[in-house]
Design a protein around this ligand. Structure first.
Ligand SMILES: Nc1ncnc2c1ncn2[C@@H]1O[C@H](COP(=O)(O)OP(=O)(O)OP(=O)(O)O)[C@@H](O)[C@H]1O
Length: 439
């Protein structure tokens, strides 16, 4: 049944403006952007956001971002009763997205989990965006290679999505999989697994401020319902739009809390991995300054897993500093022309290589001296094996030399925001194709 605008719980002023603009049912507002609603009805952006919430929540919203109704597309009613055993089985059936850094995946029990929220924090240039781009490609690896065969939505708030870089990473992954082909199923899968299809399965959304980001998050549940193959949602970064334009920190905290609820609900109800990046900020404690993730301590409770990327001298280190299921651990990684990879092991001191969590096969670990891309480590008896729970099947080469095959004819097939014609363009400071000098 259609819900009349007059009977929803928006403020009387907003309702009368909507009605005066010719809207009578909430369903008539579905699919409109906040700026469209602002222009049509003469309401503020904040009010337009509330209207969109009402549209999504079937008008049961009582104001605010978490007032009830629906959150992130998931109905907030009495929770279905599940036994602990059912929950365990559900949890065990959840897959992970591997990162092509086998040490990191092993530490995380197989990679970044679907159905959960993972935050990647780090100073500029540590590789947050590179890891996101790597995951956006990896999530598409066909199932017969141990991947998820999924699609990805990338919400870019910083303008750091570089098409050329994605092409490089995608080219390396395609080449990697082609070297693993062992049977007909994989051969057939490789006929459609190409750089072009990878790009066409990345849906890019550019958000310029927090209002656009919040609006997008209201639209995403519908988008995810229409794209059931989506297994990953990346927000790079959540910090950038929220570190500007906020005089009142309590308002920011309220909005962030609502956003966190939406992400968690979307992750579980649509079975996607939420990967968000966060910047670092300086905090003074005891007269000393230290670098901590931005957005405050209360935001820190939102993600299930928090990963910190940092420099230690010339080494890049990834530290799990929050995870309910894994002990904190630090591993080395590197960023190569092919993407996010295990650190060059020849540079790795033995003490820096925690290998205690070997849930994941070490298929991804290849001696960096192995130049032949197709070589398999004889200890890895099943380098190409297809363990459906083991997403690392394809990760055996951290150093494949073949940089991405670039198809210069490929347009940004997955882009659905018409404003994003320059999807890969960064701001002027970032024009050097992601290659920033990090001293
Ligand atoms: N093609 C490439 N080959 C090797 N390294 C690369 C390549 N492209 C980017 N990098 C490395 O990736 C790093 C930049 O990573 P990234 O853009 O992910 O940083 P970030 O953590 O997202 O930073 P910011 O917060 O500023 O967005 C730089 O150290 C750069 O050297």
């Amino acid at each position: 049944m259609k819900m009349q605008i007059s009977s929803c719980s928006l403020s009387p002023a907003v309702k009368s403006r909507l009605t005066a603009a010719g809207f009578h049912f909430l369903s008539e507002l579905r699919g409109l952007s906040p700026s469209h609603i602002c222009a049509e009805a003469g309401v503020s952006q904040q009010e337009a956001l509330q209207v969109l919430q009402a549209v999504r929540g079937g008008a049961s919203m009582r104001g605010g971002t978490s007032g009830g109704g629906e959150v992130g597309g998931a109905s907030v009613g009495p929770p279905p009763s599940l036994t602990a055993l059912q929950l365990l089985q559900e949890e065990q059936s959840q897959r992970s997205i591997f990162s092509f850094c086998s040490q990191l995946d092993a530490t995380l029990g197989g990679g970044l989990p679907v159905g959960k929220t993972t935050e990647i924090c780090g100073a500029p240039g540590t590789g947050k965006t590179q890891l996101c781009l790597q995951l956006a490609v990896d999530v598409q690896v066909p199932v017969c290679f141990g991947g998820l065969g999924g699609q990805v939505v990338v919400v870019d708030t910083e303008g750091s999505f570089l098409l050329q870089r994605v092409q490089d990473i995608a080219g390396a992954v395609v080449k990697h999989c082609s070297l693993l082909v062992e049977d007909d199923e994989q051969r057939v899968a490789m006929t459609t697994f190409s750089v072009e299809t990878i790009l066409s399965n990345i849906f890019l959304v550019r958000c310029h401020d927090y209002v656009e980001l919040l609006a997008e998050l209201h639209l995403l549940p519908d988008f995810l319902s229409e794209h059931p193959r989506a297994r990953l949602l990346v927000i790079d970064s959540v910090a950038f739009p929220f570190r500007l334009h906020f005089d009142e920190l309590s308002q920011r905290t309220r909005l962030l809390n609502g956003l966190a609820q939406q992400l968690i609900a979307m992750a579980t109800s649509h079975n996607v991995a939420m990967v968000i990046t966060n910047q670092m900020t300086t905090r003074l404690r005891g007269g000393q300054s230290q670098l901590v993730p931005a957005l405050g301590e209360s935001w820190g409770h939102a993600p299930t897993i928090r990963l910190l990327l940092q420099w230690a001298g010339t080494q890049r280190l990834a530290t799990i500093f929050k995870s309910p299921g894994h002990p904190g651990a630090t591993v080395q990684y590197q960023i190569t022309s092919d993407g996010f990879r295990d650190a060059d092991q020849s540079e790795q001191p033995p003490s820096k290589r925690p290998r205690t969590h070997t849930v994941q096969s070490a298929a991804g670990q290849k001696d960096s001296n192995q130049s032949a891309a197709g070589q398999r480590d004889s200890n890895q008896s099943a380098a190409g094996q297809r363990d459906s729970n083991q997403s690392a099947a394809v990760q055996r080469d951290g150093n494949q030399s073949a940089a991405g095959q670039r198809d210069s004819n490929q347009s940004a097939a997955g882009q659905r925001d018409s404003n994003q014609s320059a999807a890969g363009q960064r701001d002027g400071n970032q024009s050097a194709a992601g290659q920033r000098e990090c001293s």
